[in-house]
Design a protein around this ligand. Sequence first.
Ligand SMILES: [Zn+2]
Length: 111
Amino acid sequence: MQRLNFTLDDNTVELLERLAEKYYSGNKSLTVRAALESLAAHAGHEGWVITGYTPVVIAEESACHTCGETHDKGEVLYRPVFERGASSKALPKIPAENWLDCSHCVEQATS
Ligand SMILES: [Zn+2]
């Protein structure tokens, strides 16, 4: 165990005290631990995350990987670029299938 020293503003101290009283019989260490575990679960896990897209002029009719809409030869679709990272959407493996998304789905995924 280690003793950590950090400064919290008044509102945060109040929140911590309120949560500690309500859920952890006043134990602030347990409260902070629960908050961090919850944050870690929310922030996601290690894996492969999409960090960008490369536009591709498709050579044959192709369907959007996400919405399934088909696009004609010559239209532009977007191939995701994967990098190692942590996210709630992280994939355990780089997908082996041909993955092309339409501009609409790329906009949705990145907004
Ligand atoms: Zn789509």
